[in-house]
Design a protein around this ligand. Structure first.
Ligand SMILES: Cc1cc2nc3c(=O)[nH]c(=O)nc-3n(C[C@H](O)[C@H](O)[C@H](O)COP(=O)(O)O)c2cc1C
Length: 199
């Protein structure tokens, strides 16, 4: 059975929802799935200043914190990170940057990987964030599986071929585009490719 780690960071719930949709789809595709959140690195005072961040942080305390062992265990990894100034959130980057040991032991090679993101603006860096994350994946020798235009559902979700991305409404924090089907397609495709390589 293909093992999938879904590694996410989320301040206000968007990427948590993307991660959970990916989990549902990967399980439907026959994989064993673990959803793990990267450790929070922001100071408590910063979190407390944003009620949405504080609330989401409290609600997800029980989600296991991502470890190197989760990556080692996985045949495939799906990352989900908010866009921060057009780039990967520092919490996620910190997690990636603490995998030197795993990388040095050669265990990141041939992991099947794919990434998702969100931002407040449709052109606020969604594609750049996914591409930035993929740069690190090339250093890992991972096998990047982008959605491309491999399904019609991707067009309805905004047509980001690098990885599903969604705009978070600045009014109420909800998702602007309906990306559920695109997330699920991306996750199923990851399992399908991982099966060919690791099955
Ligand atoms: C420090 C910071 C930088 C951000 N930079 C961007 C940005 O460059 N472009 C953008 O559209 N949104 C930006 N945002 C908005 C976040 O991307 C958005 O809140 C996030 O995608 C929501 O995901 P979450 O609910 O999983 O936390 C930024 C937010 C913060 C706090």
């Amino acid at each position: 059975m293909i093992k999938v780690a879904i590694v996410y960071y989320s301040s206000t719930g968007t990427n948590y929802q993307l991660a959970n949709w990916a989990k549902e789809a990967a399980e439907e595709a026959g994989a064993e799935v673990k959803v793990v959140r990267v450790a929070e690195t922001a100071p408590k005072e910063a979190i407390a200043q944003n009620p949405g961040w504080q609330k989401h942080s409290e609600e997800t305390q029980d989600v296991p914190v991502a470890t190197s062992e989760n990556l080692e265990w996985a045949d495939a990894i799906i990352f989900s990170t908010p866009t921060r100034f057009g780039n990967v959130a520092s919490q996620m980057k910190q997690f990636i940057d603490t995998q030197g040991g795993l990388w040095a032991s050669g265990k990141t090679v041939n992991k099947v990987v794919s990434a998702m993101t969100s931002a407040s603006n449709p052109h606020g860096g969604q594609e750049a964030t996914v591409l930035s994350l993929y740069t690190s994946m090339m250093h890992w020798g991972a096998i990047i599986v982008p959605p491309g235009y491999s399904s019609d559902v991707l067009f309805a979700a905004g047509g980001n071929p690098y990885g599903t991305s969604v705009t978070q409404s600045q009014e109420d924090g909800s998702m602007v585009e309906d990306v559920q089907a695109a997330v699920k397609h991306q996750a199923k495709r990851v399992v399908e490719v991982a099966n060919k390589i690791h099955g």
